[in-house]
Write a protein of this length. Structure first.
Length: 170
């Protein structure tokens, strides 16, 4: 395990050496994520293990976790959304077919070497974001009518086209 995180990595070399990368980045460094957040604070932690699998392919496995300050789409109040995602990537060189990637893994196509570790972590975190962030149970929202304040349902009125139904039968 490395004591200091490298900026750039060679996933193939790390897999051959059975390397483990564990660390954290400040959310402020993950600039592509900023538009989805209501505040730029916190950290993302990751723990990845690089190794060669039984098919002699380089793979990256591990997990990423963070608590992201987002806006709840139900009540429009801040929510610290917990993200915990498993990472399972198979490293492919440019031009290799994605058909060889087994179930449970995603392809990581190496278009250029070395690869930015920060970008890899950020990509995985962005893919783990919810489509809609929301509280498990929203706090009281002043913009929602209380049950007793809601208007009574309208009484059922006769259908104005009911007369036409009788004409259609004849």
């Amino acid at each position: 395990m490395l004591t200091e995180l490298p900026e750039q990595i060679d996933p193939l070399r790390l897999a051959k050496n059975d390397a483990k990368l564990k660390g954290c980045y400040d959310i402020s460094r993950l600039t592509r994520l900023h538009d989805r957040l209501c505040e730029i604070r916190g950290q993302v932690e990751f723990n990845w293990f690089f190794h060669i699998n039984d098919q002699h392919r380089a793979v990256i496995q591990g997990h990423i976790q963070a608590s992201l300050p987002m806006i709840c789409q139900r009540c429009l109040k801040p929510v610290d959304y917990p993200v915990h995602t498993e990472t399972a990537l198979m490293v492919l060189r440019e031009g290799e077919s994605e058909d060889i990637v087994p179930d449970g893994f995603e392809p990581l196509i190496l278009e250029q070497m070395p690869v930015s570790l920060l970008s890899l972590v950020e990509d995985e975190l962005i893919l783990a974001l919810p489509i809609i962030a929301k509280h498990e149970q929203c706090p009281v929202n002043e913009n929602v009518l209380a049950e007793e304040d809601s208007p009574a349902p309208e009484e059922k009125r006769p259908n104005p086209f009911a007369v036409l139904a009788t004409l259609k039968k004849h």
